[in-house]
Design a binder for this molecule. Sequence first.
Ligand code: FES
Ligand code: FES
Length: 156
Amino acid sequence: MKKTIDFTVNNEQKSVQIRSADTLLITLREQLGLTGAKPGCENGDCGACTVLVDDQPMKSCLMLTAETANRSITTIEGLHDTPIQKAFLEHWGFQCGYCTSGFIMNCHALANIHPDANAYEIENWLQSNICRCTGYEEIKEAIMSVLKTKEAGTSG
Ligand code: FES
Ligand code: FES
């Protein structure tokens, strides 16, 4: 049996019909066509499915859509020319790109929640995401450049 829930996705009100067991990842991809959040491990290990729920990074494969009623979801499709997106390009923070949207969502959240994070805290924060192409150094450089920019007060 399906039920209807309302939530906000990328600043737009949405209403979806879901089954109780539907994950947020499935709903975003299959009902809303937002395929930026990727299915990887689908058990909480890889972070490829990371989105923001009320501005906190969440693994959408582990979250039931039913839990997101009346909450605000941001996916990679909702970010436009953010400092972290530009930094990933400038620092070559990706190779095949499969993990990239998850990393960007997680890094975007870090820059907003802990703009003064140090290298150790960044390393810890990024442990929730896995890159099989092993581009970790470039990813760290990208996030560090954004945090430094913020400290200098010049970011957008
Ligand atoms: S697909 Fe969600 S953590 Fe891997
Ligand atoms: S860039 Fe290929 S998995 Fe990360």
